[in-house]
Design a protein around this ligand. Structure first.
Ligand SMILES: NC(=O)c1ccc[n+]([C@@H]2O[C@H](COP(=O)([O-])OP(=O)(O)OC[C@H]3O[C@@H](n4cnc5c(N)ncnc54)[C@H](OP(=O)(O)O)[C@@H]3O)[C@@H](O)[C@H]2O)c1
Length: 358
C-alpha cells in the first residue's frame, strides 16, 4: 500500500480552509491535526470548519498538542506568520510548506535563509514556500516558459484582481494596503518586508537563468475611492486607497528585466467608485509576458461564466492546493534543507480514486 503522509493544517483562514479540503481529498495524504487560533473554532471537527463532511479530527489551539502528533508535514498558513514558529516546527522534525514567505530568501534575507536552513538541518527535514503569487505566477510558471527562449530581454508578471470579495482583513488591509490613506500606506511597518516578498521571486528567476540581480527598483501608484466601498472586510472609506498599482523590478547582470506587477482594486472595470480611471488589462487573472527572441503572452484567466466571488475563491484555492500537492515531493526530496522550485521536481495534481460524474 502507498505510504500516506500525515499532515497538519495550521490555520484555517481563506487559504488554510482550501488546503484542508485538499488534504482530505488527496489520496496520498491523511489529515493528522488542525491548528486554529480562535476559541470559536477550537474543539470543532475540521470538516465542519472547512465546510466538508466530518473528518474525525478535532481542531486545537495548542501548539504542543500539534507537535506531539508528530506529523510528517505541516501546511503553515497563518497571518501573521512567525519565523521563530517555522523554525520550531522544523526542529521538531516536521517538514513545513507555507504560502507565507520565504520563497527564495538567500539574497534579500540571508539571516532568515540561514535560520531556516539550520533548523531544517537540526530537524532533518525540508522547508518549502509555495502559493499562487508569489509561489506560482511570480517565478515557477515564468521559469518554465524560459525553457522555450534563448535571449530574454524582459519577463513581466501582472496580477489583476478586484479584491472586494476577499475576506482576509489582514491581507486586504495590511499586505495590500487597501483602505489606507497614502500616508498610512507609506508608513506601513511591513513596507520593506512586502518589497522583499516580490524581490525574492525575482531573485529566484535570475538564479534559474544562471544569473543574479544587480539593480532593484520599486514603483507604487494608487487611486483613491470617490465614495465608501463595500467589501468582504467592511467598508473602505472614501478618500482612502481603492486601487494599488505596484511594480517591483530587478535587472540581471546581462540586462534582463524581471518585473512583478500587481493591480489590486475595489471596483469593477467601469471604475465608477475610483477618483480616476486606469487602463486595467483584465478584471481578474494573470499575464506572464516574455520578450526576447521569442515573444510570449501567457494568460491565466477564469472562464467568463464564473462569478466574481468564484474567481476570488478559486484563485485562493490554487494557493491552498499548490501546498497540498507539494507534500509528497517535499517529504521525499533529498535533504535536509530549503527546497525552492529550483530544487523540486514538477508538482502536479493527484486525483487518486476521485471520479468525475459525466
Ligand atoms: N503566496 C500566495 O500566493 C498567497 C496568497 C494568499 C495568501 N497568502 C498568505 O497565506 C496566509 C493565509 O492567508 P489567508 O487569505 O488564508 O488569510 P486569513 O483568511 O486572514 O487567515 C489567516 C488565519 O491566521 C490565523 N490567525 C488568527 N490570528 C492569528 C494570530 N494572531 N497569529 C497567527 N495567525 C492567526 C487564523 O486561523 P484560524 O481561522 O484557523 O483561527 C486566520 O484564519 C497569509 O499569511 C497570506 O499572506 C499567500
Amino acid at each position: 500500500m502507498t505510504k500516506k503522509y500525515r499532515v497538519v493544517q495550521w490555520a484555517t483562514g481563506v487559504v488554510g480552509s482550501a488546503a484542508l479540503r485538499g488534504i482530505v481529498r488527496h489520496p496520498k495524504l491523511e489529515l493528522a491535526g488542525v491548528k486554529v487560533y480562535s476559541d470559536d473554532k477550537a474543539g470543532r471537527d475540521a470538516g465542519e470548519i472547512a465546510g466538508i463532511d466530518a473528518t474525525g479530527v478535532t481542531a486545537t489551539k495548542d501548539v504542543d498538542e500539534i507537535i506531539a502528533l508528530a506529523p510528517d508535514c505541516i501546511l503553515y498558513c497563518p497571518l501573521p506568520w512567525s519565523l521563530e514558529e517555522m523554525c520550531r516546527l522544523l526542529e521538531a522534525g516536521i517538514h513545513v510548506i507555507t504560502p507565507c514567505p520565504y520563497w527564495f530568501p538567500f539574497v534579500q534575507n540571508p539571516d532568515v535563509a540561514k535560520a531556516l536552513s539550520e533548523s531544517c538541518q537540526r530537524g532533518g527535514v525540508n522547508f518549502h514556500a509555495s502559493g499562487c503569487n508569489p509561489g506560482g505566477i511570480a517565478e515557477r510558471f515564468p521559469l518554465t516558459f524560459t525553457g522555450w527562449c534563448n535571449r530574454i530581454d524582459r519577463i513581466t508578471m501582472t496580477e489583476c484582481g478586484d479584491c472586494r470579495t476577499y475576506s482576509s482583513e489582514g491581507v486586504m488591509r495590511e499586505l495590500m494596503n487597501l483602505g489606507k490613506t497614502p500616508e498610512e500606506a507609506d508608513r506601513n511597518v511591513l513596507k520593506e518586508m512586502l518589497a522583499k516578498s516580490w524581490y525574492e521571486p525575482i531573485d529566484m528567476i535570475a538564479a534559474g537563468l544562471g544569473s543574479e540581480v544587480v539593480e532593484y527598483s520599486a514603483h507604487h501608484d494608487y487611486i483613491l475611492a470617490n465614495q465608501d466601498i463595500e467589501t468582504a472586510v467592511g467598508i473602505v472609506k472614501k478618500d482612502t486607497i481603492a486601487l494599488n498599482h505596484y511594480r517591483h523590478i530587478g535587472k540581471t547582470r546581462e540586462g534582463t528585466e524581471i518585473v512583478q506587477e500587481q493591480i489590486w482594486y475595489l471596483d469593477d472595470l467601469e471604475q465608477t467608485r475610483l477618483q480616476k480611471k486606469m487602463d486595467i488589462p483584465r478584471a481578474s487573472g494573470w499575464r506572464i509576458k516574455l520578450e526576447g527572441d521569442v515573444n510570449l503572452n501567457v494568460d491565466v484567466d477564469f472562464p467568463p461564466e464564473l462569478t466574481q466571488d468564484e474567481r476570488v475563491a478559486q484563485g485562493l484555492s490554487t494557493t491552498g492546493f499548490h501546498l497540498v500537492n507539494a507534500v509528497p515531493l517535499v517529504c521525499e526530496a533529498e535533504g535536509p534543507g530549503m527546497k525552492t522550485y529550483l530544487d523540486l521536481p514538477m508538482i502536479t495534481g493527484c486525483m487518486g480514486e476521485h471520479v468525475v460524474a459525466r
